[in-house]
Design a protein around this ligand. Structure first.
Ligand code: SF4
Length: 64
């Protein structure tokens, strides 16, 4: 599983970065971005938390 952050929707609240810093980080624009490689299995629950916590529904899962 991979995840993507829609840069047009993210408002930089930081919720996803707090929940799962292994996957999400802030870019130079102050918006969140996700790692481009597959999410580790142990992080998948945190990804789901982040998806639900994002106020703008900017995070989407990409199922290969
Ligand atoms: Fe952006 Fe959503 Fe992450 Fe907040 S939780 S930083 S709005 S992607």
């Amino acid at each position: 599983m991979k995840v993507n952050v829609n840069q047009d929707a993210c408002v930089g609240c930081g919720a996803c970065v707090s929940i799962c810093p292994d996957v999400f980080s802030f870019n130079d624009d102050g918006l969140a971005e996700a790692i481009t490689k597959d999410v580790q299995a142990e992080d998948e629950d945190k990804i789901l938390d982040a998806v639900e916590s994002c106020p703008t529904e900017a995070i989407s899962k990409i199922n290969d």
